[in-house]
Write a protein that binds this ligand. Structure first.
Ligand code: 2P0
Length: 329
């Protein structure tokens, strides 16, 4: 870490970040440490979905607003405490966060939100943190944020305090992710609670953790050779096995809505017709379709026929978080 400059003039700092979509899933926490993963995960940073965070210092007490709504601080407390240590004196933060896409709906808004917050807070403190240290800090806010401090393809090994970059955003330019927002509301059960419940009550949890290492290894191999069919197949296994833990836990949890299932079948039908498209889902009902750029039009056409009310967003692998010029005195 660089020392904080005494004449440091910044009064607020703004950063933006894209969410990290997992191809192999972080689902379950290690026994020790804050948000350390029980499973390895492979994420890609999506663009043009984006979170913005503007932070400044507050006189007496933290305040965090997401999309204009003041947030309960318990969710943010460990992160704010860790971020405050970047300063050489006790501080409180005022943080204004916005997402260009639905929040807490299974689109990884916490990954991009905390990645943007970590970068903005380090800037506010006058610190030039390495990406690795940003990953450690962002992880304390939300596990998946450990990956979102880099663009491109990012790996987060099981038990690790931080993620690590594998390939940057230029590695696989033909790769596309069609984001299908099938249900815009916030999820009823947070992924954090669902993860804990799966670990504590699902008879399939241990098998999930054991299998994750093998799936992850396969995903890395597929990614290294840009084998979309193999990667898509593994991504499907990863999300379906993750949901297997949820279906079997007490009480059982079903994030899917009818349109989620419809899209799973639609992707299956397209594959049978020779169009390469593989779905993945996270802690929510939304479906993300992995495909090559050349197949996007055909897939959009089929989506429009099957679900005309849907407004799919075609995303791709994007760059990491960036700072937006800050206010100076
Ligand atoms: C992931 N998810 O790898 C997995 C797949 C959802 C399903 O990381 O408790 O908000 O803050 O560490 O990161 C969502 O969980 O959970 C998530 P916390 P997070 O992207």
């Amino acid at each position: 870490m660089m020392p904080q400059s005494e004449s440091h003039p910044i009064t607020s700092a703004t950063a933006c970040a894209g969410p990290s979509l997992a191809l192999t899933k972080y689902w379950g926490k290690a026994k020790h440490g804050i948000n350390k993963p029980a499973t390895p995960s492979l994420g890609l940073t999506l663009t043009p979905l984006q979170s913005h965070a503007t932070v400044s210092l507050a006189a007496d007490g933290h305040e965090v607003t997401v999309n204009g709504v003041v947030q309960p601080l318990d969710r943010f407390a460990p992160f704010l405490k860790a971020a405050a240590k970047l300063f050489d004196r006790p501080v409180y933060f005022k943080a204004l966060c916005t997402n260009s896409f639905p929040t807490s709906a299974g689109l990884a808004s916490s990954s991009s939100g905390f990645a943007a917050l970590a970068l903005a807070m380090s800037q506010l403190a006058g610190r030039d943190l390495s990406h690795t240290n940003l990953s450690v800090l962002a992880r304390i806010g939300s596990g998946s944020a450990a990956r979102a401090v880099w663009g491109g393809f990012v790996e987060w090994p099981a038990g690790a305090a931080h993620a690590r970059p594998l390939y940057d955003e230029s590695y696989w330019p033909e790769l596309r992710v069609i984001v299908c927002l099938v249900h815009p509301g916030c999820k009823a059960v947070s992924s954090r609670n669902a993860m804990t419940q799966a670990r504590d009550t699902s008879p399939y949890y241990d098998a999930w953790v054991k299998e994750s290492a093998c799936m992850h290894h396969g995903a890395l191999t597929a990614l290294a050779s840009q084998d979309l069919e193999q990667l898509g197949d593994i991504a499907r296994h990863s999300y379906l096995r993750m949901f297997g833990t949820m279906l079997a836990m007490s009480p059982p949890l079903v994030y899917w809505v009818p349109a989620s299932v419809q899209l799973i079948h639609l992707a299956q039908g397209l594959r049978k017709q020779g169009i390469g498209v593989w779905e993945t889902m996270d802690a929510g009902p939304q479906v993300k379709l992995l495909c090559a750029a050349q197949d996007v039009d055909a897939i959009l056409c089929r989506l429009n026929e099957a679900l005309p009310e849907l407004t799919p967003l075609v995303a791709q692998v994007g760059a990491g978080p960036c700072l937006i010029p800050s206010t100076t005195v």
